[in-house]
Design a protein around this ligand. Structure first.
Ligand code: S3P
Length: 182
């Protein structure tokens, strides 16, 4: 049975940043947390701390399904925070349970970027196990494919902010959007 989660007051609500790899979730998350004087947490870092190994190692040694379980567990923990700014991994929206936790405990902001921006921001990155192809065209194709399958979930966010430019522009747009809630 689906649990009914009441949404919290703005002060108590977490702010979840969602979007593709390279969309700037961690960078903007830090800036936003600083601006709003809220704690910041990055679930990928949280997972790595808990597991004592890197995301790449987890994928390699235990597979993606195991990583997704750790991701849901970390989201469950982090969602207990009050008023936190949370940067989620790009694939966190894939599970219905994760989407429910996000909706119930806070507001979500989709940092929307073009796949070309993602490609430019992610030069061959050993810690991005889903993008392990050397050929740039092939990597762009992968990013497009991932975006196509995920965007319907990203678009469910409370706010959509384009972030193909410098972070301070997106930060200003986020702060403006949030002003209506506080
Ligand atoms: C993933 C994105 C990564 C990380 C993992 C899987 C994805 O996080 O969670 O490599 O499925 O898009 P970032 O979006 O922070 O790069």
């Amino acid at each position: 049975m689906e649990r009914a989660f009441p949404r919290r007051s703005f002060k108590e609500a977490n702010i979840y940043l969602i979007g593709m790899m390279g969309s700037g979730k961690s960078t903007l998350g830090r800036l936003l947390a600083e601006e709003l004087k809220r704690p910041f947490v990055d679930t990928d870092e949280w997972i790595e701390l808990r597991a004592g190994s890197s995301i790449a190692e987890i994928f390699r040694e235990r597979g993606e399904a195991h990583f997704r379980d750790l991701e849901t567990a970390s989201l469950l923990e982090v969602s207990q925070g009050r008023g936190w700014v949370v940067a989620l991994g790009g694939g966190a929206v894939l599970r219905a349970e994760n989407r429910r936790i996000i909706r119930a405990t806070g507001y979500s902001i989709y940092l929307k970027i073009r796949p070309e921006t993602g490609l430019a921001r992610l030069p061959s990155h050993p810690e991005r196990p889903l993008l392990q192809v050397a050929d740039l065209k092939e990597r762009l194709r992968l990013l497009r494919q991932l975006l196509l399958s995920r965007e319907p979930y990203y678009l469910e966010a409370d706010f959509i902010v384009e972030n193909d430019g410098p972070p301070d522009e997106a930060l200003e747009k986020i702060l403006q959007a949030l002003r209506h809630l506080s």
